[in-house]
Design a protein around this ligand. Structure first.
Ligand code: BGC
Length: 539
């Protein structure tokens, strides 16, 4: 520890810098993923990434808030009177089908359709104007949506607000992960990128706690507070983004070579940046040859990135995580918990989600992406099978039966073990891996595909869950478990390790891979080497 950290006249910057480096594993070492550029993790880059990561708050806040709000009676009575009446009159004893209502789920899931469409527009803004303006735009639109929702007088205002929130999420999710992966030094890219997921989980937890509080407000306007408070995360990212520097990759891509050099020196904390700078320029030259990113992404040589960029977000949603995130209170009610206990259990899973994400932050650049994916997959499979088995034993297929306290405790325990597994694997890596595998020329387009696939399947799960629970009953957990088996095998066979590989050198990993190498011809290798100024080197 530097003396500054232990002395009373502490130099906070030196101390913070030490802490950051210590968190990243002491002296920065090459993790063995390939080429290594000089430089260290500077306080400047740490803060830039911290501010950018707050873009995850708006996504997280929304995930956490909508489930709770849609279970508040005053909200249902005002906007969805039929659902409210049905719930009141429903005397059925089948626990599985108590909450099956399409109209209500549309409220939750409409946002994700808006986000899906918006991410395609965000792709152009991110590429042409730079990453920070996408974040700013996303924050401001989200803010307007939050005001509309908080003040909603009718369903129209509510839905319009949801659409604006969705546009905000689409822009933020498109730009933030790319920004983080470009700013970070290769060997710490995982850690800094996961800041995004950390903010998502923090947003979810805050929303859960806020719902817990506002549900108790007398007079039936608690839901307004929950919805309106979304202005807070929106203001944080809108204002924060104005202070963000552009990434060197984006500066070069937009023709600001000198600024890019300066920025690289500043974020790497060294003057020895020429090697990295030259590689960024070469990557940018190559990207200039690409006039139509959307047509190019279809080329055979990009097939590995395209397939992985589509399957990772698809699989992330098929883990079934959002069943817990959106419907935890409903799910816990189905398991026989009372109202308060259900909301409290949702808070518990929120806390587990946040803290388990830290494990990923600390290990992703040491263990690598693959190990976390594989371990998380096995853990999720075992725990969700246990939840399915426990529900089958008590509720059977009739959906009738009650849980003792101890039995419910066991259920919550396995749900928590499941959330933990997700939180250090598919949660953060679902955003990290797609943001780091696409070469510059198709990065924005690739990230839009990632966001839109993610949003589409978030929409599908949000929309279908209550009906699926009603029909599949406890087997719903085995359904998601089966998908977890598929995705874990996919990772084992088809995902190359990307830890420590510089982002503009990522093309190397495919050529070395047993399966993907067949998609990259010798001509592609030669073409790329010429672009990178190394015509005679091999992959
Ligand atoms: C996923 C969300 C999920 C959240 C839970 C994110 O990575 O994209 O769909 O709700 O993790 O923490």
């Amino acid at each position: 520890m530097p003396s500054a950290c232990s002395s009373t006249s502490l130099s906070s910057l030196a101390c913070l810098k030490w802490s950051v480096e210590a968190m990243a594993g002491g002296a920065i070492v090459n993790t063995g993923g390939g080429k290594d550029y000089p430089g260290k993790l500077t306080v400047f880059v740490f803060f830039a990434c911290f501010v950018a990561a707050t873009g995850g708050l708006i996504f997280g806040y929304d995930i956490g808030i909508s489930g709770g709000v849609t279970s508040m009676e005053s909200f249902l009575e005002k906007f969805f009177p039929e659902v409210y009446r049905k719930e009141k009159l429903d005397t059925s004893t089948n626990q599985y089908c108590r909450f099956d209502s399409q109209l209500l789920t549309i409220f939750t899931s409409s946002l994700y359709l808006a986000a899906l469409v918006a991410s395609f527009c965000a792709s152009t803004v991110t590429r042409v104007l730079g990453r920070k303006w996408s974040m700013f735009g996303g924050g401001v639109v989200f803010l307007v949506g939050a005001v509309l929702n908080g003040a909603a007088k009718n369903v129209l205002m509510l839905i319009l607000g949801r659409i604006l929130l969705g546009i905000g999420v689409g822009f933020a999710n498109q730009s933030v992960p790319v920004y983080l992966s470009e700013m970070a030094p290769a060997r710490l890219r995982g850690m800094l990128n996961i800041g995004f997921q950390l903010m998502i989980t923090f947003g979810i937890l805050c929303a859960n706690l806020i719902n817990y509080g506002t549900a108790k407000i007398k007079g039936g306007w608690g839901w307004r507070v929950s919805l309106a408070l979304a202005v807070v995360p929106a203001a944080i990212i809108s204002i924060g983004s104005l202070f963000l520097p552009d990434t060197p990759n984006s500066l070069i891509e937009r023709g600001h070579a000198e600024q890019a050099k300066k920025m690289l020196r500043r974020i790497r904390g060294t003057d020895d940046i020429l090697d990295e700078y030259n590689d960024l320029v070469a990557a940018s030259e190559e990207s200039k040859l690409v006039k139509h990113p959307w047509a190019n992404i279809m080329k055979r040589k990009y097939r590995p990135q395209l397939v992985i960029g589509i399957l990772i977000p698809f699989f992330q949603q098929l883990t079934g995580i959002n069943v817990i995130m959106f419907y935890a209170p409903v799910l816990f009610k189905t398991m026989g918990f009372g109202n308060d206990a259900s909301l409290m259990s949702a808070v518990i899973t929120g806390i587990v989600n946040l803290f388990a994400t830290f494990i990923s932050v600390l290990t992703v650049d040491k263990l690598g992406r693959r190990k976390l994916f594989l371990e998380g997959g096995v853990q999720m499979l075992i725990s969700q099978s246990m939840v399915g088995i426990l529900m089958a034993i008590k509720l059977g297929t009739s959906g009738e039966g009650h849980f003792s306290k101890a039995y419910s405790g066991f259920l919550v325990l396995f749900v928590c073990i499941y959330v933990m597994g997700f939180a250090w694997s598919w949660g953060p890596l679902g955003w990290l891996v797609p943001s780091e595998i696409f070469p510059l020329e198709i990065r924005s387009a690739g990230q839009s595909i990632n966001v839109s696939v993610n949003m589409f399947f978030t929409f599908v799960i949000a929309q279908a869950f209550l009906t699926m629970l009603c029909h599949l009953k406890f087997a719903l957990f085995f359904f998601f478990g089966a998908w977890v088996i598929v995705m874990t095998i996919f990772i084992a066979l088809f995902l190359p390790e990307t830890k420590g590989v510089p982002i503009e050198e990522m093309a190397l990993v495919w050529k070395k891979h047993w399966f993907w190498s067949r998609f990259i011809s010798d001509d592609d290798v030669h073409e790329r080497n010429v672009e990178m100024g190394k015509p005679n080197s091999a992959f």
